[in-house]
Design a protein around this ligand. Structure first.
Ligand code: HEC
Ligand code: HEC
Length: 278
């Protein structure tokens, strides 16, 4: 009798495990996530490694000034990866060190972290890829390594990327109205951004020639809605409804912005997501 009970129990475990493994969504939900704990300033190493981390942080938040030859618009990395990539659901760099290499369907390759960084140089900053032996790239990666300290290799943090919003049918006309009410003050009535008396950028452009190109992640409706919902207006994240985030995303992503020449090579396996702009 005891034997029979044990057999029954084992069969139950086995079938549950099989069910979980075949159902990919359930499986993904079960993937362990590390808590979001960026290091504090006191945990900054001293000496050459600390110097490299500080240089990396400076490049990420003043990318245009630090690397004018590699940035084709007026944005910095931290225009989207807020607070130096130390805020959850705002494209954090916390934990990013240990999750690459990663397969990405956009180029159907296994990408190293430096490839991913360069993707944002080419698309989000509408610029050029840094050479692999570039000291600036080494500093950026050293900074990402530091903010990832303590996160186990292969494990994503809670709040990685931009938190998704349930899809809504978007209305660009409503988005246009909302933009005038809630966004134009900082980003300008024509999405051009706002600038100080020495032409220094105060608030970043959101469309037009100085914005991210159509190949950027933020040019996609779902990604833009996710970014806006939790992060805009700046310091008032979470105040837009899901519908408003979608309406605004529809309006902003469909405004004119630079083209991306390399777009013809994207999604070579034909699995282009429906919200891509090309
Ligand atoms: C216009 C907004 C924008 C700018 C500017 C930008 N990025 Fe990104 N970045 C994104 C988006 C959107 C994603 C995709 C996030 C997702 O898929 O959830 C991303 C993803 C990444 C990732 C992978 C994150 C992950 O969790 O897998 C890295 C690393 C990265 N960016 C680095 C950079 C660096 C370095 C710069 C500056 C050279 C930069 N980004 C500039 C929008 C931007
Ligand atoms: C109080 C000023 C302010 C308001 C209002 C505001 N933003 Fe922003 N926004 C910012 C700042 C500042 C950043 C860059 C992040 C940083 O530097 O910390 C940013 C970044 C962005 C970005 C990513 C970078 C880029 O330029 O493409 C987008 C897109 C964006 N905002 C859209 C919006 C939308 C849409 C609204 C209206 C719901 C809005 N913002 C309201 C200040 C503001």
């Amino acid at each position: 009798m005891a034997y029979l009970k044990k057999l029954l129990k084992n069969t139950l475990y086995l079938s549950t495990a099989l069910l979980l493994m075949t159902n990919r969504t359930t499986w993904a939900a079960l993937e362990p996530r590390a808590p979001f704990k960026p290091p504090t300033a006191e945990q900054m190493p001293t000496g050459p490694v600390g110097d490299s981390i500080r240089r990396g942080e400076n490049i990420l938040s003043h990318t245009k000034t630090a690397l004018p030859d590699y940035v084709g618009n007026r944005l910095n990395c931290t225009s989207c990866h807020l607070d130096g990539g130390r805020t959850a659901n705002a494209g954090p760099f916390v934990g990013i060190w240990g999750v690459f290499p990663e397969y990405r369907s956009r180029n159907a390759k296994v990408n190293e972290l430096r490839d991913r960084v360069n993707d944002c140089f080419e698309r989000s900053l509408n610029g050029k890829r840094l050479p692999t032996d570039s000291p600036a790239l080494a500093d950026i990666l050293t900074y990402m390594w530091w903010v990832s300290r303590g996160v186990p290799t292969g494990v994503s943090v809670e709040g990685r990327g931009f938190k998704r919003v349930p899809a809504h049918t978007a209305d660009a006309a409503r988005g246009k109205q909302l933009y005038a009410q809630k966004c134009a003050l900082c980003h300008g009535p024509n999405g051009e951004g706002t600038y100080g008396e020495h032409q220094e950028m105060l608030f970043p452009p959101v469309w037009g020639k100085d914005s991210f190109n159509i190949g950027a992640g933020l040019a996609r409706l779902d990604t833009a809605a996710a970014f806006l919902k939790w992060n805009m207006p700046r310091n008032q994240g979470g105040t837009l409804t899901d519908q408003e985030a979608y309406d605004l995303a529809q309006y902003v992503t469909h405004q004119p912005r630079p083209d991306f020449a390399g777009k013809t090579h994207d999604w070579p396996k034909g699995d282009k997501p429906p919200d891509a702009r090309y």
